[in-house]
Design a protein. Structure first.
Length: 358
């Protein structure tokens, strides 16, 4: 069993390794390489803060996922954000978002992934926050439709805000789930990002149906040629019963793990599998173990796929929320929450998770 102290050391080492790989693949872009060198130093400082907190009995995750809005300009089939039917209170305003980022940085959280909905509906807010916190990395998961020339021009001066454009594979796969014309638009956005020397990535939802396409080396090489440097392979989590068949099989999950190893060894990109890479960390890294999720309303949740909470940063500090009984119970019962066929143990076994709230 990996202790939280051991886990912190493993996570810190993993982040440093990822950034060194990022530096290597960015050497052809002097400005980006310089930015990543500065980022490595900032991440090392943040790792030191997390380690000190660990020694004092406070476990702080390296990552935060902040879903900053429910609003979206698409209605993708099988979208977990739409399917959960959350009660939608007011979104965190920019003042509270800034305070959240400051608290996170002070605790040693150095990478904040921005999601939604479509986070770029709050483009002005996130640009302002990214400019004020250049030692924090903000990968921003977007459908790309709002990445016009004006936004791309801004991104050239805000290198710590990294666009991660979602696609589903080929044109047929993407348009079937996201809508006609979305795939072609995404590939045009890739071209514009490359032409403007923007470090960008893609997020690929891996399903039973598109598995062979998105894990084929020729597909990945095509994206690399278009300038994509960061790849998130996210296993589909069935949040509606009628989408159960979309989840990948155990055989495909094992194959995906091997594909990630092959890509990392043979291709010049950064490859992250979720939750597949959790095996390296001894299982699920949610609930503050490796990351925490903040909902648009400010609820501190174990994971985007597990919309349960006993804390909100509107009335509690982030430090206090990380010490919540709810999150502690999940971490202490880690052995009960083993991933099955659904891609997310917390969602698949949500009856157990909900009991921890009582």
């Amino acid at each position: 069993m990996i202790t939280e102290n051991d886990f912190t050391a493993i996570m810190n080492k993993s982040i440093q390794g990822l950034l060194k790989d990022a530096l290597y693949i960015s050497l052809k872009s002097p400005s980006m390489a310089l930015f990543i060198k500065d980022t490595i130093a900032a991440q090392k400082k943040a790792a030191g803060i997390r380690s000190k907190n660990e020694e004092e009995g406070l476990h702080v995750p390296a990552f935060m996922i902040a879903s900053i809005t429910h609003r979206c300009n698409l209605r993708c089939k099988g979208c977990y954000a739409q399917a959960q039917h959350r009660r939608q209170d007011s979104e965190l305003d920019i003042s509270r978002m800034k305070n959240m980022v400051r608290e996170a940085k002070d605790l040693g959280i150095s990478i904040i992934l921005l999601a939604g909905g479509e986070p770029l509906v709050r483009k002005n807010d996130i640009m302002e926050i990214a400019r004020e916190n250049r030692d924090v990395i903000f990968p921003t998961f977007t459908n790309g439709l709002l990445l016009n020339d004006s936004v791309i021009a801004e991104l050239k001066g805000v290198k710590n805000l990294i666009p991660v454009v979602s696609i589903e594979g080929n044109e047929e796969d993407t348009d079937a789930r996201r809508g006609d014309g979305v795939h072609q638009h995404s590939r045009e956005i890739f071209r514009r990002l490359k032409d403007n020397d923007i470090f960008y990535g893609t997020s690929i939802t891996v399903t039973h149906e598109n598995f062979d396409t998105v894990t084929d080396e020729s597909f990945v090489k095509e994206l690399l040629a278009e300038g994509c440097k960061l790849f998130f392979f996210v296993e589909y989590v069935p949040v509606k019963e009628e989408t159960d068949t979309w989840a990948i099989t155990e055989e495909q999950r094992e194959k995906l793990s091997q594909k990630m190893t092959d890509f990392r060894e043979n291709l010049s990109g950064l490859f992250i599998a979720f939750p597949g890479d959790e095996k390296y960390f001894g299982g699920c890294i949610a609930s503050g173990r490796g990351f925490i999720h903040v909902s648009p309303e400010g609820n501190i949740e174990p994971c985007p796929f597990a919309p349960f909470s006993d804390s909100n940063i509107k009335d509690k500090s982030l430090k206090g929320a990380l010490q919540s009984d709810f999150l502690r119970k999940i971490r202490e019962n880690h052995d009960l929450l083993v991933e099955g066929q659904g891609g997310c143990a917390l969602w698949e076994k949500r009856n157990i998770v909900e009991r921890f709230l009582l």
